[in-house]
Design a protein. Structure first.
Length: 168
């Protein structure tokens, strides 16, 4: 798990997701706009949590203790390592960022699967729309999320039962 910070989800992404949720619900523009925007933001957060990766590209920072070995940045996929102080950073073919620094260092990076809402894989975007509509329709009850959402997101899920290891 990451011990650091990430920029919030871009407002344009949340607004675009809200538009798709609104269309799925067949709501007129402006009708309960604030609530639709909120559930769209929550649905995007749930998608990131379920998939175990940053979906929309944004900047982040993470503090790492100094070590002789390579240490993994706590989020994926890393698109760019912006700064590592006196250390060295690399990105492997799976999008995991690695840092080697003898002293404690704050690593700045850019991470995310897609540049924006329109670049998200269709399965993830549709799952976000279904989840947003579900949250909107069931805001007064504790209904179970639709199984279709997990089915859409599961191929994009990244899970590790142990810590990441770098070979060589």
């Amino acid at each position: 798990m990451m011990s650091g910070t990430m920029e919030p989800m871009p407002a344009a992404t949340v607004t675009a997701a809200a538009g798709v949720v609104r269309a799925l619900l067949r709501l007129e523009e402006g009708n309960e706009a604030a609530l639709v925007e909120r559930v769209a933001g929550v649905a995007l957060g749930l998608a990131e949590s379920f998939c175990g990766q940053v979906l929309i590209q944004r900047a982040g920072e993470q503090w790492l203790a100094g070590a002789a070995d390579w240490q993994a940045i706590g989020v994926t996929p890393i698109r760019a390592i912006l700064s590592v102080g006196d250390g060295v950073g690399e990105i492997d073919r799976e999008g995991r960022g690695w840092v080697r620094a003898s002293d404690p260092v704050t690593v700045s990076f850019r991470a995310g699967l897609a540049e924006g809402w329109t670049a998200l894989p269709p399965e993830i975007a549709h799952g976000v729309a279904i989840m947003g509509a579900h949250l909107f329709d069931n805001r007064d009850a504790a209904a179970v999320p639709p199984a279709a959402v997990a089915a859409l997101w599961r191929p994009w899920r990244r899970m590790r039962l142990d810590g990441p290891r770098r070979m060589a």
